[in-house]
Design a protein around this ligand. Structure first.
Ligand SMILES: NC(=O)c1ccc[n+]([C@@H]2O[C@H](COP(=O)([O-])OP(=O)(O)OC[C@H]3O[C@@H](n4cnc5c(N)ncnc54)[C@H](OP(=O)(O)O)[C@@H]3O)[C@@H](O)[C@H]2O)c1
Length: 301
């Protein structure tokens, strides 16, 4: 696919109000006409990914040249009981999108998660390592990846992790709120992962999609799963210490094991992703998580 200079490509962004979706609205703008869709409204189109008919109608009405799906059921603990709705949004909808777009030859970028892995190897995961989700969210996201790719669609799936940013429901903003309210916080120190700035994820998405749209990357050749997180690794406790250090607030942070912070959904102990396939294929070197955190905090200030 090569972009014409007088007719900008129509980029359908599903989940435009989410933390990644919101950043994508900006980073995709130079690539073409961004057409937004969400379930909450305030966007160009309304869509409920749990409703097959509305997904089909969206594709017919929006007439996209490419789709970016940043929508998902992301309530990890609630998914343990709201299994059916998580299944519809995270597993059925990507399969349906794949079928609708595959037959029209329209490329799609989709996001998945480090929670597809069990986290028991102690080694950064590569894309072809065996998955083993520990919770419903991870299982439905894994099924979504597979159904999208099995549909034959020209899909790029970015598996990412521990997303934070200036907007949305995330660890960084929760910590900043709590530092102001509490004298002491107990933070889990035995889950290791890679914090990923939503802006960085959105920028890399735009960069890769741009190369696909101008024909520099052959989507037939590069379609598949890629790991895309901040480089390096940390625990939630050390992540919190870094946020606190930059905040100027006073709060005592205590490291605790996960067993002292029970949650409905089990989390992987070590879910660091190896980003080297993303570097080899797209030439994108992911910045260290601390570098991105500094930039994000600077902006919040
Ligand atoms: N957050 C993380 O730490 C993390 C980690 C790994 C992977 N991921 C993946 O990264 C992607 C982006 O996540 P995020 O953190 O940006 O999520 P988010 O902030 O929770 O946003 C999710 C978006 O999905 C939309 N949505 C929910 N149910 C929907 C439905 N039935 N129909 C249509 N849209 C619906 C929501 O729309 P409204 O705003 O309109 O309600 C929301 O905008 C997801 O695929 C997620 O699984 C996230």
């Amino acid at each position: 696919m090569t972009v014409s200079t007088n007719k900008p490509p129509r980029l359908l962004l599903i989940g435009a109000n989410g933390q990644v979706g919101w950043e994508l609205c900006r980073t995709l703008a130079p690539l073409g006409q961004v057409v937004t869709a969400s379930v909450e409204g305030g966007t160009d189109h309304w869509v409920d990914l749990a409703d097959a008919e509305s997904v089909s109608r969206l594709i017919q009405e929006a007439k996209p040249d490419a789709v970016i799906n940043a929508a998902a059921y992301t309530a990890v603990d609630k998914a343990e009981t709201e299994t059916l709705i998580a299944q519809r949004i995270n597993a059925d909808a990507p399969g349906m999108l794949g079928a609708l777009l595959g037959e029209r030859g329209i490329p799609i970028v989709h996001y998945s998660t480090d929670f597809v892995f069990a986290g028991d190897t102690g080694q950064p995961y590569r894309e072809d390592d065996a998955p083993g989700p520990l919770n419903v969210y991870g299982a439905t996201k894994l099924e979504g990846e597979r159904r999208l790719l099995d549909s034959g669609a020209n899909a790029i799936v970015f598996r990412t992790a521990w997303i934070y940013g200036a907007r949305g429901n995330n660890f960084l903003l929760t910590m900043r709120r709590m530092f102001a309210d509490k004298d002491e916080l107990r933070i889990v120190n035995d889950q290791i992962g890679s914090p990923t700035w939503s802006r960085m994820l959105a920028e890399v998405t735009a960069l890769v999609l741009h190369r696909v749209l101008i024909g520099e990357l052959d989507i037939e050749r590069v379609k598949g799963v890629y790991h895309l997180t901040g480089a390096g690794q940390t625990s939630w406790y050390d992540f919190a210490c870094s946020i606190l250090g930059a905040s100027g607030e006073r709060c005592r942070l205590l490291p605790i094991p996960s067993s002292e912070y029970p949650a409905p959904a089990k989390r992987p102990a070590f879910s660091v992703l190896d980003n080297s396939k993303t570097l080899e294929t797209f030439g994108v070197r992911l910045p260290d998580w601390q570098h991105s955190l500094r930039q994000c905090l600077e902006e919040l200030r």
